[in-house]
Ligand binder design. Structure first.
Ligand code: SF4
Length: 371
């Protein structure tokens, strides 16, 4: 019996979530063109595997946006722990903690989208179906192995029934599983994600691509400050593969300086710069998005083997996904709003911090496990 079969046999309600990038890469394992959007067919395949509830990690990403944008605005207001460094890529956070001690306080305390969705599934959703946290098991379909480590960190941290995520399967491993069951993705009809944690818009989808997290967070931060729509980010800010992109923009009355970084070589460059500026008593950046893989999660090591151009095709498909959805901003997600109304109140509230944030103690514990 494999680990998934054991979970199904455990008597728990087993729910599954799929990362933003999986929907534009899984099709390649079945001979479809790179960047083919197979969202609906992936949901159908997961239902066929026996998951009663198929949720969208994009929902978790949009909760991450609410928390991280609030965190950014608070740190800007207090002028402390800047630049804010994104923390949704566990490959990057572990690298940062190991290689650049002194920056742990700059990392965002917001949990990653998979962890947030797991935490909300075991509380808000569990209550909705009259279960307790221990009755729910969460499986994630993710683009890399670092996400498996991330789930285990939490497993050590919150022992027993309340760990956020129970098992992580990569895109490639899901394809192998489907093939072993004779499920051909190409022949499946589209099915919709299940409610309520399957409702998501464009902001969540952008988490799969370099520059997307900064864009999603700034859409909401900009709205919070101005009640308006973030102008012209798309043409100004979207980076090409393998380059650091920097931009200054107005957030209300304040000028904010951003950098978008992909891959460990450039992560090292930006970390050294931040530490050197700190030693010299200056600061040129307020907010830095870092993803460990070139292109972001669309280029993750658990994705199908890349052929030429596939990372760019997947990235373009996610931007198209963002454009065609009925809402594109995390703060307009009706299901996320309902969850906050029922559970947390406002982003950054005491309850939100308890369930959706890591503490610096978490980082210290992770650092203790690094060799
Ligand atoms: S950028 Fe790469 S290592 Fe980081 S979460 Fe995405 S796939 Fe994983």
């Amino acid at each position: 019996m494999n680990e998934l079969e054991k979970l199904f046999a455990s008597g728990k309600t087993v729910v599954v979530q799929t990362a933003p990038s999986v929907r534009v890469s899984l099709g390649e394992e079945f001979g479809l063109k790179p960047g083919t959007d197979v969202t609906g067919r992936t949901v159908a395949a997961l239902h066929m595997l026996g998951f009663k509830y198929v949720f969208d990690t994009d929902f978790g990403a949009e909760a991450t946006v609410l928390e991280e944008s609030q965190e950014l605005l608070e740190r800007l207001e207090k002028q402390e722990r800047l630049p804010l460094l994104t923390s949704c890529c566990p490959g990057w956070t572990r690298y940062c903690l190991k290689m650049f001690p002194g920056l742990e306080g700059n990392l965002s305390e917001a949990k990653s989208p998979q962890q947030m969705l797991g935490a909300i599934a075991k509380t808000y959703f569990a209550k909705k179906i009259r279960k307790s946290a221990g009755d729910i098991a969460v499986v994630s379909i993710m683009p890399c192995f670092a996400k498996k480590l991330e789930a285990k960190e939490r497993e050590r941290e919150i022992a027993g029934a309340t760990q956020d995520v129970d098992r992580v399967i990569t895109t490639h491993e899901l394809a192998q599983l489907l093939k072993s069951k004779g499920i051909d993705l190409r022949r499946l009809p589209d099915e919709a994600f299940d409610n309520p944690l399957g409702v998501a818009g464009g902001a969540g989808a952008l988490f799969g691509v370099t520059g997307g997290i900064a864009e999603a967070v700034l859409r909401t931060a900009y709205y919070t400050v101005t009640e308006g729509t973030l102008p012209r980010f798309e043409s100004n800010m979207r980076p090409s593969l393998g380059q650091i992109k920097e931009l200054s923009m107005m957030l209300g009355e304040r000028e904010v300086h951003l950098a978008i970084v992909q891959g460990y070589r450039d992560a090292s460059v930006i970390c050294k710069r931040i530490l050197e500026e700190r030693r010299n008593g200056v600061r040129s950046l307020d907010f830095v998005e870092v993803l460990g893989c070139i292109g972001g999660c669309v280029g993750g090591p658990g994705q199908p083997d890349t052929v030429e151009g596939s990372v760019l095709s997947r990235a373009a498909a996610l931007h198209e996904h963002d454009r065609k959805l009925p809402f594109r901003d995390a703060h307009n997600n009706p299901a996320v709003k309902e969850t906050y109304a029922a559970l947390f109140g406002k982003p950054g509230s005491g309850k939100a911090k308890k369930l959706l944030h890591r503490s610096e103690r978490d980082y210290e514990e992770i650092m203790g496990t690094l060799t």
